[in-house]
Design a protein around this ligand. Structure first.
Ligand code: AMP
Ligand code: GLY
Length: 422
């Protein structure tokens, strides 16, 4: 089997490493991949959003199965384009990827089908939004409608902050067209849980739960990032909550998408908040989370390719999806200054003995040397029987990896460890 993975971050590296465990896989291509992925797959210099080129490449190279991992190509119709060429894919078509591509769509979907989420208002007119904020409850949450590189959500603690956020999205267009419409929603509180799920549009199989650490600094301080580390499972997410979420959120979402004529296949990610009034959806993603994937897939005992193909073929109900009864911790190493300004081009050294545990997010290969090439540079994942062992081993690995200006949080998993002891 020749596989194509679209994307080039740590998540894609984790997917590729897992797919390689299947003996029928003979070759994996990545568009564009990165300098680290190049050790495990053939990287092709085509950007993840260059859909026509990706489809042409897949045809020319007789790709048997494609995995489209990032949000942008999914929302832009990469799966549609590949399927038109007869190439089976993992991932939703554009008409279903809209569940992430438009917050207005997803909020309206949840309202229409009674799926628990924060109360909200939609605005296309800036003055109306500003007037609404004169009396709206504070704190409040401002969200750009479209994709915004994970930065389109502002938690405003004051009315001024809220109004500034609205102006920056709707007048200054900091997120371009993504800010043409905005959602202003109720501020919720409670522990957050990420639940990735496999679905073929009929059956939904939640993967092991996880916890992201989005802020740049220890103790959840500093700016929001793409994710500084993850642990799985998430101790807040009990078996009872899992059952409640299945009945009130997961199954109703799959049914809602079918009722709208937007069958969702692939990985549907539920970003949940466990509020005092029960679990509520904070966001949907139409794809694997990053860096959740880097702790979830190492715990998957079943064959990933088989499960992925079952989502494509509609046979998920008959397919075993099994996770190890263990814990995983992923610590992200970033470039100092991330998520704002940072430097690139520093040589990286990663000991060979830990390569299987390392997922490279931003690196370039130059003259045989691996150089940092992004804000998030890599993640190191450890799997162990207990969470504290997993955290300990992940940090031991991180300390053996070197590049100048490396930065990482020191408290990944600390909150989960505390919650698990209560
Ligand atoms: P997102 O970019 O959609 O992942 O949102 C980023 C983060 O903003 C989430 O992980 C939450 O921590 C926070 N957030 C989003 N919506 C709300 C809300 N309604 N109430 C409180 N926090 C929220
Ligand atoms: N870790 C959150 C995301 O992938 O959007």
């Amino acid at each position: 089997m020749k596989i194509l993975v679209v994307g080039g971050g740590g998540r894609e590296h984790a997917i590729i490493k897992k797919l390689k465990e299947n003996k029928t896989v003979t070759e994996i291509f990545a568009t564009p991949g990165n300098g680290g992925i190049a050790k495990d797959a053939t990287c092709v210099d085509i950007g993840a959003k260059e859909i026509d080129k990706i489809a042409a490449f897949a045809m020319e190279n007789a790709i048997d199965y494609a995995v489209v991992a990032p949000d942008d190509p999914l929302v832009l119709g990469c799966v549609d384009a590949l399927e038109e060429k007869g190439i089976p894919c993992f991932g939703p078509r554009a008409n279903a990827a809209i569940i992430e591509g438009s917050k207005v769509f997803s909020k309206n979907l949840m309202k229409k089908y009674n799926i628990p989420t924060a109360a909200y208002e939609v605005f296309t007119d800036m003055d109306a939004a500003l007037t609404y904020l004169d009396t709206a409850p504070i704190p409040t949450v401002i969200k750009a409608d479209g994709l915004a590189l994970g930065k389109g959500v502002i938690i405003a603690m004051t009315r001024k902050e809220a109004k500034d956020a609205v102006r920056s999205m709707m007048a200054d267009k900091v997120f371009g067209k993504s800010g043409d419409q905005i959602v202003i929603e109720e501020f919720l509180t409670g522990p957050e849980v990420s639940v990735l799920s496999f679905t073929d549009g009929k059956t939904v199989v939640p993967m092991i739960s996880s916890m992201d650490h989005k802020r740049a600094g220890d103790n959840d301080t500093g700016l929001n990032t793409g994710g500084m580390g993850t642990v799985a499972p998430n101790p807040y997410y009990t078996a009872e909550l899992a059952e409640e979420c299945m009945q009130t959120i997961f199954l109703p979402t799959i049914a809602a998408m079918n009722a709208e004529g937007r069958k969702f296949k692939g990985c549907l990610y539920f970003g949940l908040m466990l509020t005092p009034n029960g679990p509520k959806v904070i966001e949907y993603n139409c794809r694997f989370g990053d860096p959740e994937t880097q702790v979830v897939l190492p715990l998957l005992e079943s064959d990933l390719l088989t499960v992925m193909q079952a989502t494509t073929n509609g046979t998920l109900a008959e397919t075993e999806v099994k996770f190890a009864d263990k814990n995983a911790c992923c610590v992200i190493m970033a470039s100092k200054g991330y998520p704002t300004a940072y430097e690139k081009g520093y040589e990286m050294t990663i000991p060979e003995v830990i390569w299987d545990n390392v997922y490279v997010a931003g690196a370039a290969l130059k003259d045989g040397k691996l150089l940092t090439n992004g804000g998030r540079v890599l993640g190191a994942t450890a799997v162990a029987d207990t969470l504290d062992q997993a955290i300990d081993s992940a940090y031991k690995m991180v300390k053996t990896i070197h590049f100048d200006n490396a930065y990482y949080r020191n408290d990944i998993g600390a909150k989960a460890l505390k919650a698990g002891r209560n």
